[in-house]
Design a protein around this ligand. Structure first.
Ligand SMILES: [Zn+2]
Ligand SMILES: [Zn+2]
Length: 288
């Protein structure tokens, strides 16, 4: 039984890169004591994504369906998925089911126009802003690609990464921001030299009043830290940035996992601003 929150909003299902069906994830959330579950599969649209190294890795792993080269392709995946979630809501009146998305934002007008149309059609309940990629050298790279290049190139990519996070906050499109220090997944960007950049990013997030998540999937790295780590959590506390706890569950066994632990760790860092579910759903400043 998870005590810190009665909702879990960052979850993935097997039509995208999750391992279980939405029906199974909903049942697992109910069993864990949640009153609300949000399903937030990846919304990733980039015209050249299928020509990247990371796409090849996704094909090998069988999870390439999370990537789309056009908005119509992504819409064709999300429409039946959202319809299924609405049917599941009818079948499961004892738990609230929300329709979310974990969105990779690309700051071009073409992307924003395409995304606006998608939101018009799908009417998602909430949007999670995320930066899994940096555009570098004419292609799209993820943290695995960043770990495979020389230190100087990697530093340039990390700078772009943190700028992406600022862009996410400044866009006003998102209910909250996902896993702030994701590059540490590959032990990148953890050195002291990045502290001022991180402080600057947190200041931007605070100014835009964007909430952030404490994401328990970070514990898988074995460093005892969620995303973001306690140094960033302390910066978040100083600015009183609103916080929610996410499990980023890709499997039924991950629903609610370590959420209470993360909540305690966040409190130890001085975080006090944990808004209720309705406030989180209302946070999105800009609706396209
Ligand atoms: Zn993510
Ligand atoms: Zn996720």
């Amino acid at each position: 039984m998870v005590l810190c929150q009665d909702f879990t909003l960052h979850t993935h299902t097997n039509e995208f890169d999750g391992k279980n069906t939405a029906a199974d994830m909903i049942a697992a959330a109910r069993d864990a004591g949640f009153k609300t579950i949000g399903i937030s599969n990846h919304f990733i649209v980039h015209p050249t994504i299928n020509r990247t190294k990371l796409y090849g890795a996704a094909v090998a792993g069988g999870y390439q369906s999370m990537y789309s080269t056009s908005f119509s392709e992504a819409l064709a995946k999300f429409q039946p998925h959202y319809e299924e979630l609405m049917k599941l809501q009818d079948k499961n009146p004892d738990i609230r089911i929300l329709r979310g998305m974990e969105v990779d934002f690309f700051p071009t007008s073409q992307w924003q126009d395409g995304f606006a149309h998608v939101c018009d059609v799908l009417r998602p309940d909430y949007l999670i802003g995320s930066a899994h990629f940096v555009e570098y050298g004419g292609t799209v790279c993820n943290v695995h690609d960043m770990a495979a290049v020389d230190a100087k190139t990697c530093d340039e990519m990390l700078k772009i990464y943190w700028q992406n996070i600022k862009n996410l906050a400044e866009s006003g499109l998102f209910n909250w921001l996902a896993h702030l220090d994701l590059p540490k997944k590959k032990k990148l960007g953890t050195g002291k030299q990045w502290d001022t950049t991180k402080a600057d990013v947190v200041a931007t997030i605070a100014r835009t009043k964007t909430p952030v998540e404490i994401n328990t999937s970070g514990y898988k790295l074995g460093t005892g830290q969620p995303y973001p780590d306690d140094k960033i959590m302390k910066m978040i506390a100083e600015h009183n940035v609103p916080v929610l706890i996410s499990d980023d569950a890709h499997h039924v066994n991950q629903i609610g996992m370590n959420m209470d632990w993360a909540y305690m760790q966040a409190q130890d860092c001085g975080i006090k601003n944990f808004p209720c579910l309705q406030k989180i759903l209302d946070f999105r400043g800009k609706r396209l």
